[in-house]
Design a protein around this ligand. Sequence first.
Ligand SMILES: [Mg+2]
Length: 292
Amino acid sequence: MNVDKSIGMFLGLAIGDALGAPLEFKEASSPDSILKKYATGGAHNVSIGEWTDDTSMALAIANSLIEKETFDADDIMQKFCNWYEKGEYSTRGRCFDIGGTVGVALRSYSKTLNNSEYLQPYRGRTARDSSGNGALMRMAPVIMVATDRFHATQLATQQTLLTHGSNLCVEYSLMLAEELYFGYPIARFEKYKLPLDINENEVMSGGFVKETYEAAWWAFSTTNSFEDCIIRAVNRGHDADTTGAVAGMIAGRHYGHRNIPSYFKDNLMWYDELFQTALDLSYVEYKDARDA
Ligand SMILES: [Mg+2]
C-alpha cells in the first residue's frame, strides 16, 4: 500500500476519533450547530485533539505488529490489558471510554493470565447482542501490514475475535478490511450500505456495528474531502467518536495523509508519536508466524 495512504488511514482514525469525542452520547447536531473543529467537553470532558479508546486500542495493535512483525494474539491481548489496567496508550495515563464487550473480553483474559494452561486470547462473546463496533474502530493497523486482500481479511477476523465473536461483527470487519485494503467501496457490498439520497435524519450512529459501518460509508460517499467526510460522520452524534474513527480510516486511506488539513494534524494529541507509529507500521515486513 502507498505509504501516504497507509499513514492517512492510521492518522484518519485518530483524527475522526478526536473530532467526534466531544459529541459522544449526544443527539445529532442541528444544521446551525455543526461541529467542524476539535472541541473540548462532552461526556469524557476531552481536551482539544484528544482521542479515546478507538485510537488507544489501534495503538496497542500497532505496537505489537511493529515489535513482533507478525500477528501475535496473546501479545495484543496483553497490550490491551496494559491499556485497560495501567493506562498505556492513553492520553490520560488511564483507560477511559472502554466499550462493554471489550471490557468483558479483557477481564476474562486477564483473570487467566497467570494460568497458562487456560490461556486463550480469542475472548469475543458470540451473542448477537454483543455486536458492537469495538473491533471495526481499530481496523487500520492490521490492514497496513497485510500482504494481499486475503491476508487483510484473515487479520481482520483475528483482530476482531479477540474481543468480538458475533457473526455480524466478523462480517462487517471482513467487508471493511477488504475496502480499506483497496481504498474504495466494493460493489459486492453495496446492499450493506445506505442509499445516498437517504434523509440525513435517518442515518443512525449508535454503537451497533451495522450502524457504524453504514454511517461511515454514507459520510464518505456523500462528500469529496477528508474533512467533509469526518465532519459529516461525527455530527450524527451518539457513538460519534467511533463513527468518526471509521470514517476517518476510510477517508484517510482514500485521500492520503497529505490531503488531511494541517489544522487536524497540528492540534491532534500525540501527533508525533502517532505519525512515527504509522510510519514504522507501514514498513513492517510481515512474517508468517510459522516462519518466525
Ligand atoms: Mg471512543
